[in-house]
Design a protein around this ligand. Structure first.
Ligand code: UDP
Ligand code: MG
Length: 330
């Protein structure tokens, strides 16, 4: 099929756009989100479905979702058996989505609903991955600084080109979603996986808002773990770093030995002094070795997780049917 035929198909009113929302304790946001989305999808000119993945919320999120699903056939709810984390929730949403395009958005209104319409426009123009790139963000200074440093580190380490200042807010074409479904890895870093898949990718700039209500579901510990998934999932450079550090330390040791020998020969009577130096040297070597073992351990742990081959998630119940199964109305 040539490109203009693809564009034609994407512009057709019966083209279906799936929205995927991961939900973890978002009782204060779902209502507003759903309301704002109504306006956006009215102007979209496509059929839509909303796939909400309830990731083991402990508040009233599920009840609110079910109430919405009860009167809107476009709404589907996937209720997880427990909390599996944001990346897995998004994965389940993509797995379930049946649209010609899939939009992934946070449910806390940090990703502005109206920007999703811009993503759809670029998809109609022929782009297969349209990611929303932050022009600015309203987060704590700590988060902004660590994120900026992290994305620069990741760019330096990883073997693929992961766009800076992007989260998971993006649109992917059905064929990208299909390819993504074949990625079975457990420690998921979706933005990296999408970058690796390729296709025609396009950035749309936007200003990221503050969280509307509630608190972040990403405590620091989870954030660090996620950051490590990004680096280790897309780079083996930390492992190469180990041999580099090892080599440098061996060279340093050699210099020390030669120095000690020469001193011994030139001044045979000199007293060997320097407890402090000995202890520092021992602690230094011990510390570096432990760190290096830790790096290896992080990779081994991830290999172990993959080796067990457990399912990515468990679903307690599903509500609603895929929009494709419903006859299109005018
Ligand atoms: N989320 C989830 N499972 C979790 C944590 C978060 O599904 O274990 C959802 C959350 O409801 C939101 C999105 O993932 O829609 C982003 O989470 P959050 O806003 O807490 O992260 P932050 O924006 O602070 O990085
Ligand atoms: Mg958020």
């Amino acid at each position: 099929m040539d490109q203009s035929a693809v564009d034609q198909q994407r512009r057709a009113p019966d083209a279906l756009v799936s929205y995927v929302f991961p939900i973890y304790n978002e009782e204060g946001n779902i209502g507003v989100l759903y309301r704002e989305m109504q306006q956006v999808v009215r102007d979209l000119g496509h059929r839509v479905e909303f796939v909400f993945v309830n990731d083991g919320s402990t508040d009233a999120s599920l009840d609110i979702l079910l109430a919405i699903a009860a009167h809107d056939a476009r709404v589907r709810v996937i209720d997880f058996a427990r909390n599996y984390g944001h990346q897995i929730a998004v994965t389940a949403g993509i797995d379930a989505a049946v649209g010609d395009a899939v939009v992934i958005m946070d449910a806390d209104l940090q990703d502005p609903p109206e920007v999703s319409a811009e993503l759809v426009r670029e998809w109609e123009n022929g782009w297969d991955v349209v990611y929303a790139q932050r022009r600015s963000r309203r987060d704590t200074a700590f988060k902004r600084i660590t994120a900026a440093l992290y994305y620069r580190l990741l760019a330096g380490l990883s073997e693929i080109d992961i766009p800076r200042d992007t989260g998971d807010f993006r649109l992917i074409d059905a064929k990208v979603a299909g390819q993504l479904r074949r990625y079975g890895e457990h420690d998921r870093f979706l933005r990296g996986m999408v970058a690796e898949i390729g296709y025609r990718q396009k950035a749309v700039l936007f200003d990221r808002h503050e969280r509307h209500a509630g608190t972040t579901g990403y405590p620091l510990r989870t954030m660090i773990r996620f950051a490590a998934d990004g680096i280790m999932g897309f780079s083996s450079k930390p492992l190469q770093l180990i041999s580099r550090i090892g080599t440098s330390m061996a060279i340093l040791a050699l210099v020390g030995i030669v120095y000690a020998l020469v001193r011994r020969i030139v001044y045979p009577d000199a007293v060997v002094s320097g407890w402090t130096f000995t202890i520092i040297a021992v602690l230094f070597v011990g510390g570096v070795q432990t760190l290096m073992t830790g790096i290896i351990g992080s990779y081994v742990g991830r290999i172990y997780t993959e080796a067990k081959g457990r399912p990515l998630y468990g679903v307690r119940a599903q509500y609603g049917v895929p929009t494709r199964a419903i006859a299109p109305t005018g």
